[in-house]
Design a binder for this molecule. Sequence first.
Ligand code: OGA
Ligand code: NI
Length: 375
Amino acid sequence: MNSPVDWPEPIVRVQSLSESEVPVIPDRYIKPPLERPTINSTTTTTTADAPRDDVNIPIIDLQGLYGDDDNLRTTILGQISEACREWGFFQILNHGVCPQLMDRAREVWREFFHLPLEMKQPYANSPKTYEGYGSRLGVEKGAILDWSDYYFLHYLPLSLKDYNKWPALPADCREVLDEYGKELVNLCGRLMKLLSLNLGLEEDILQNAFGGQNIGACLRVNFYPKCPQPDLTLGLSSHSDPGGMTLLLPDDQVPGLQVRRENNWITVKPARHAFIVNIGDQIQVLSNAIYKSVEHRVIVNSGQERVSLAFFYNPKSDIPIEPAKELVAHDRPALYPPMTFDEYRLFIRLRGPRGKSQVESLRSQNTYEFHNPRS
Ligand code: OGA
Ligand code: NI
């Protein structure tokens, strides 16, 4: 299964559609009724599906993690453990990344997307690597599309890092992004240790399973233009992140991210200068499903555009990822067969975001084999 070299049909920038001020969105962006944001629940039979504006994902203050108060450190580790098991999503405060750097990183991207189209077009991406300026995920002809444009670039491995594929404008863009990437790789490395300890493993086990220092790191910047009919579409369809762990820097003004919690979609209320952390499919696999990668999606609105930066921390792409042997026991067999991240991510790259169907399909395949040893 190889990635195709080009898109199946001409690319339309969602930003151009939005700026043309059409009163209705093209059919290509209209989601089937059950996927539309106004349907708050996947089943309509319970009474629990009223919008839950009173709920938010856990917010965890990391201050104290490296101090000398052991009780405080234990408390924080416990909060992270619970968030990973119960939510798959949490926000972190006092994470060590400079707030000015966070704000500038978001701002350079806002400036980039506001450049005239002809200055962005040279960075147009292809489905071969997805690097650059894009407007769709997946290569299925005639697919229903999401109401967003994006920019995708690589930090690690260094062999994939190519400044020529990063925007040249605004002038400080590359410098800011470099600094941002370094800080976030560092933060993810620290979080990996905490997750490893919380799983009852030595602190380096998860990182080593990812390939040690040879991990992958990339950035997807999402640009969600204003939408004249936000109730009919989504900025980003429901998906779980295929990689290891994601650090999301959301828009500081405009909400939009929704996280699935049983049959409800919870709209995340971002805390100032927090990062939103979420578990990806590869950590679900490594933890043998003790930690879950949780489905999420993005809604849009008619009044304001939204910018977010999703930083993906991934395993080295050609090593097999499977449940850590310490987390496999007779009464808890390995739920997933080994698979490299290269193989795994082809799925989303070909078919676009589709809930959790990828990681779940691996599981059923494996359970089937488990119960049918001769098949
Ligand atoms: C993503 C993502 C959420 C957002 O890029 O994978 O889930 O708020 N983004 O833009
Ligand atoms: Ni995501």
